[in-house]
Design a protein around this ligand. Structure first.
Ligand code: HEC
Length: 183
């Protein structure tokens, strides 16, 4: 998913808006203290407006905006074919690697609720939902290269190609219910 608007971007906009609101708030306060009973209203209104915009930005950030700037995948990587056959043996190999390396963040079922997930920003997505939305080559690319700007590390130096492609097989099989996370 390539889009300019992300949760992270909206959070930053909200922060700037709140800082702006604080400045107008101070101006309003100063005018009020001076006894300027007309002059304080305008900055106060501006402060309120900015707070409102910040709330809208955060609201969008936590509802409709994607919570991660998922980096674009090179076109060749996207169309890469999985050399590992789609068999229960491949799922088992993928499951073993998954439980050893990935479950701590992505959760035992891939739901994004591993014990380490709650400390991460952005949080890991629900892989059962997200894997089928992407081409296998994309998933393989992210597993191999990691996702910059997130806690997702690159695995290409840790897991060999067969292990990584088996993981991809396992994640799809987990998502459509053919494989289970435990045996
Ligand atoms: C230290 C925590 C951590 C570990 C360990 C980890 N991940 Fe991730 N992973 C993340 C985070 C954070 C993201 C970014 C949010 C997202 O896309 O889910 C991510 C993203 C992904 C994505 C992209 C999902 C998408 O649709 O955007 C895939 C696929 C993935 N991880 C698979 C794995 C696999 C397979 C392993 C084990 C080899 C693994 N991860 C290990 C934290 C982790």
């Amino acid at each position: 998913m390539i889009t300019g608007i992300t949760r992270q971007g909206l959070e930053q906009s909200a922060l700037l808006l709140v800082i702006g609101a604080a400045v107008f708030g101070l101006l309003a306060l100063r005018a009020y203290r001076r006894g300027d009973h007309e002059g304080w209203r305008r900055p106060a209104l501006s402060a309120g407006g900015l707070v409102l915009l910040a709330v809208v930005a955060l609201g969008a950030g936590y509802t409709v905006a994607p919570n991660i700037p998922t980096p674009p995948v090179p076109i060749t990587a996207r169309f890469a074919q999985n050399p590992v056959a789609d068999t229960p043996e491949a799922w088992a190999a993928g499951r073993a690697a998954y439980n050893a390396r990935c479950a701590v963040c992505h959760g035992p079922q891939g739901l994004g609720d591993g014990p380490a997930a709650f400390t991460l920003n952005p949080r890991p997505f629900n892989l059962q939902v997200h894997t089928p939305q992407h081409a296998p080559g994309e998933v393989y690319h992210w597993i191999s290269e990691g996702i910059p700007g997130t806690a997702m590390p690159p695995w290409k130096d840790v897991l060999d190609e067969t292990e990584r492609w088996s993981l991809v097989r396992f994640l799809y099989a987990l998502a459509d219910g053919r494989a289970r996370s435990t045996q």
